[in-house]
Ligand binder design. Structure first.
Ligand code: GDP
Length: 615
């Protein structure tokens, strides 16, 4: 049977670098063509969107919105802003029939969007290019156009992809035109181009239902939400259908709701049919790649790409002496529940129980992915401890491989030397070095992910906040052997108490401190970086014997260097295997895994002995 096409539907994704104006443009499109068609919508549902995701410019879960233009429903699917989630990018792009590449007319295409663009081109999609923010005073739309063309050539675009339709636009002023000199009326020309250029989706509406879950969400009221493109057939609320998982799991369930998105709102739709991108609820369990299909004649579809985790760390219930003083959720039961809840919608995350009931091994796509989860948990009131992040190797011995990232760096001339040196130390291999205009240099590297852990904040301070760095997962490649870690030992507290200026003053010559005057500390807590390579037991609470009154006055004048307060990311990168980060809603503390000094010594000796025996 020849595939039919749904001429009343178009599915597109928008690819844009953060700040290039995607939100503003989509808002403009919603203004112009926001309404659903009559009879499509039942009810409006609650909005959802994780504030932390937005704040960080990452949309881990692809969000959809729909507009109706000249009787045609245009589904707009958001691409994940961060290319670490390559599998998600690919699954999203497979739901659509074309992409709109949105580029700031002043900045031109940015390295971060290169990955998603490359994927789109590889999948054979023919992009529409929109040079946006043409109203900017510093806009250079023709240069931006040229840069996009060169980018496509560099990404080995096919002839017909290079022949892309292009519009100039200002999302803020709500207009789009084919030529700069054309009259600027509204965003209509862009929507017209979508109708003309984007192929309508194949849509065998009368065939049995088949829809593959490209991405998912979970909601306390609605339960699992499956998002995907209906490949064939149709479905409506109340119908019984089958969920079939490639591993053989089957569930017959009744569809409770079919949801459409518009802006940040969800709407209940009267139904969904082949060619459309919809969200479906009602199943009791859900995974990406599951197939929703008809009970009588179930369809099978090829498996989908899922992101394998590249980095792992342990999450543990907090056992520090200060446990429970700053957070509300502190037990291992809380931790277990929270992590298992996260698994329902965080597709690239894995959680495994370990031998210890208090410890869970959590793995994901890079430190940022896990960092976002930890930050979210802090905000929710959790206390926990985490072990150093470790990359996940594949294979053994000579065939061992490790994850590599591609890194694009823009820096001022004077920082080029130091950055190159540091990247070398971290195992980076330079691929390109180019002038980036205005006295800046662009450096492109391929680096083992292991070497980059914690580099972001160091890079920012090394370039006094002026450097720009983009990184994303590239591939698994040859293991390059050990990378040098921290050279220095740490200061470890030997007595619980409250720090004072006198003691800190005496310590600061030999160390950089992580605490200030008047802070409570516990035995085994790490309060500074030793200038030497060994650990040192210290007492930051030690007071001076008061021999006369003047001493006190003198103490007031002790000048303390401001402490270094590591961020979560810095703390994760800082600690060694025998150390942990204690995370609470208010604090980030570093500590030894074994708090008691003599117990720690014994464990260390036992370990040395074991290693000696092995050798
Ligand atoms: P997003 O991060 O891609 O979603 O970008 P936003 O839509 O949030 O816009 C980022 C910034 O660019 C905001 O400050 C907008 O006001 C501004 N902006 C968006 N569209 C335009 C435009 O067409 N012209 C100008 N001059 N600024 C714009």
């Amino acid at each position: 049977m020849a595939a039919k096409f749904r001429d009343d539907v178009r599915n597109i994704a928008i690819i844009a670098h953060v700040d290039h104006g995607k939100t503003t443009l989509v808002d403009g499109l919603l203004d112009l063509a926001g309404a659903f068609r009559r009879g499509e919508v039942l009810v409006e549902c609650a909005l959802d969107s994780n504030p932390l995701e937005r704040e960080r410019g990452i949309t881990i879960l692809a969000k959809c919105t729909a507009i109706t233009w000249k009787g045609v429903r245009i589904n707009i699917v958001d691409t994940p802003g961060h290319a670490d989630f390559a599998g998600e990018v690919e699954r999203v792009l497979r739901m659509v029939d074309s992409v709109v590449l949105l580029v700031d007319a002043a900045e031109g295409p940015m390295p971060q969007t290169r990955f998603v663009t490359r994927k789109a081109l590889e999948l054979g999609l023919r992009p529409i290019v929109v040079i946006n923010k043409v109203d900017r005073k510093d806009a250079d739309p023709n240069k931006a156009h040229e840069d996009v063309f060169n980018l496509f050539v560099a990404l080995e675009a096919e002839e017909e992809q290079l022949d892309f339709p292009m519009l100039f636009a200002s999302g803020r002023e709500k207009w789009a035109t084919y030529r700069l000199e054309d009259e600027r009326v509204d965003l209509g020309p862009l929507l017209d181009e979508v109708l003309r250029h984007v192929p309508p989706p194949p849509g065998e509406v009368d065939a049995p239902l088949a829809m593959q879950v490209a991405t998912l969400d979970y909601d306390d009221y609605l339960g699992y939400i499956a998002v995907g493109r209906v490949q064939t057939g149709k479905l409506a609320p109340g119908e019984r259908i089958l969920l079939a998982r490639p591993d053989g799991h089957r569930e017959e369930f009744r569809v409770t709701k079919i949801l459409g998105f518009q802006g940040l709102r969800r709407f209940e739709l009267a139904g969904g049919a082949a060619g459309e991108v919809v969200a479906v609820t009602g199943m009791s369990d859900l995974k990406v790649g599951d197939i929703l299909t008809s009970i009588e004649s179930p369809a099978s579809l090829p498996a989908m790409v899922i992101d394998e985790p590249t980095i792992a760390m342990n999450f543990m219930a907090n056992t520090s002496p200060f446990v429970g003083q700053e957070g509300s959720y502190v037990t291992s039961r809380h931790l277990r529940e929270r992590l298992w809840r996260e698994l329902r919608s965080n597709v690239a995350l894995r959680v495994e129980a370990t031998d210890s009931a208090d410890t869970f091994r959590v793995s994901g796509r890079g430190e940022l992915h896990l960092g976002v989860l930890i930050e979210t948990m802090r905000r929710e009131g959790f206390e926990l401890m985490i072990s150093p992040p470790r990359v996940i190797f594949h294979g053994e011995g000579a065939s061992r491989t490790e994850p590599y990232e591609e890194v694009v760096i823009d820096v001022d001339e004077q920082y080029v030397g130091p950055v190159i040196e540091e990247m070398g130390r971290r195992g980076g291999r330079m691929e390109q070095m180019l002038p980036a205009g205005l006295g800046r240099t662009r450096l492109e590297y391929v680096v083992p992910a292991r070497g980059l852990i914690g580099y972001r904040s160091e890079f920012l301070s090394a370039t006094r906040g002026t450097g720009v760095m983009h990184r994303c997962f590239r591939e698994y490649g040859t293991y390059i052997g050990p990378i040098k870690g921290r050279q220095n030992g740490v200061l470890v507290v030997m007595e619980e108490g409250v720090s004072n200026a006198y003691a800190l003053f005496n310590l600061q010559d030999r160390a950089s401190l992580f605490i200030g005057n008047g802070e409570r500390v516990y035995v085994g807590q790490i309060v500074g970086l030793n200038a030497r390579d060994s650990d040192m037991l210290v007492n930051p609470n030690k007071t001076k014997k008061l021999t006369n009154i003047r001493t006190h006055a003198h103490d007031e004048m002790l000048r303390l260097t401001p402490p270094w307060r590591p961020t979560l990311e810095q703390a994760m990168a800082f600690i060694n295997d025998d150390e942990l980060v204690e995370v609470t809603p208010k604090s980030i503390r570093l500590r030894k895994r074994i708090l008691d000094a003599s117990a720690r010594k014994r464990a260390e000796m036992a370990e040395n002995k074991a290693t000696a025996l092995e050798e």
